[in-house]
Design a protein around this ligand. Sequence first.
Ligand SMILES: [Zn+2]
Length: 313
Amino acid sequence: LKRLGLTAAALAAGGPSLASAAESVASGERTRVLRLAHVSDIHMTPDYKAAEGLASCLHHIQEHQKPDLIIFTGDAVFDSMATEEARVRVYWDLFARTWKSECSVPREACIGNHDIWGINKARTKTTGNEPMYGKKWAMNNYGWDKPFRSFDKAGWHFIALDTVMQLENTYTGRLDDAQFEWLSQDLARVAPGTPVLVFGHIPILSITSFFKGPAVKDGNWNVLGSRMMIDAERVKNLFYKHKNVKLCLQGHQHMVDRVDYLGTTYLCNGAVCGGWWQRDQHEFGPSYGALDLYADGTFDHKVVPYGWKYAKS
Ligand SMILES: [Zn+2]
């Protein structure tokens, strides 16, 4: 393969990927087709030197990981659920400006709960009729016409989920029926030999969900619907039908965990902001995930602390 000069970039560019990849699998060798960085939970704010923190993370990624693609699993801004318009605009502008000036790697993102403007109508002084209300601000920022989608790259199929459903003054993790139906049809269209990577903000399965919120109540584990998707059972049943769903990248926890379940691996790779740019979140500091994807549906993975030291204010 080396002699053929077959690089990940050539494969990503739609070069002689599939035939060559199949040959190399047949010869018992794994072919790396894509290198990824997974970033999550940036929570941009003018405070705590957050823009410098994001720049430092993006520089670390480009210097050390040199990925073909960055997957960002949401929470771009510090908060817009309960923050007024002028302040939310400052957050999004700083997020967009910092990313644009500090990173040249292509990015695919999904929406986080803190990216939804006006969930708390009283505190945001919103009515729900504002042009940027709800998910529209984030969709506008990324240029999306809907908050979930799929695409193909380097022989893998990628699915971006919208895992946050708005309730009165709060939210829960799940897919609505229309999105679940779309997901079922999307997976049905993928050839069984094509590996699938799913990404979303609120985890489908995560062990750190047990350590968020009031963990034990009335003698029972109490996993909040805001921490882990309440429809995880029907989603994992769907993935079990499609054995090519290999990998789920998840955000929201600001912690690191890995669940291997029924042939799918669910990863939380921590938060770019650690614990909101101020302290570690439980045992976990600022980090990102580094992944290599192979043509045969396997992957390599590690968590990278990028060395950010929290600023005082
Ligand atoms: Zn977050």
